[in-house]
Design a protein around this ligand. Structure first.
Ligand SMILES: [Zn+2]
Length: 75
C-alpha cells in the first residue's frame, strides 16, 4: 500500500499517510483536503533528478528499475 507525503495548503502541516483507492487524504491537523502531494519515499528512490528524462524503453535489464536502463546507474 503506497505511502504518500502531503503538505496542507491551509495550515502548512506536512504529513505522510496511507492512501487507499477510493479515499481522499485529509490533513490530520485541520482536516482540509486542500493538499499538495509531495514526492513519495518510493518515487524518490534511485533518482536524484528529473531534469534529464530518459526515453521510455521499459524496465532495466540489470535491476528491473521501471524507469529503464540508466535509472540504475546511480546505484
Ligand atoms: Zn491542515
Amino acid at each position: 500500500m503506497p505511502i504518500f507525503e502531503y503538505a496542507c495548503q491551509d495550515c502548512g502541516q506536512q504529513f505522510e499517510t496511507l492512501v487507499r483507492s477510493g479515499t481522499v487524504a485529509e490533513c490530520p491537523s485541520c482536516h482540509s483536503t486542500e493538499l499538495e502531494k509531495l514526492l513519495s519515499v518510493f518515487a524518490t528512490q534511485g533518482s536524484t533528478s528529473d531534469a534529464a528524462p530518459l526515453p521510455a524503453v521499459g524496465p532495466c535489464g540489470t535491476c528491473g528499475h521501471p524507469a529503464g536502463p540508466g535509472s540504475c546507474a546511480v546505484h
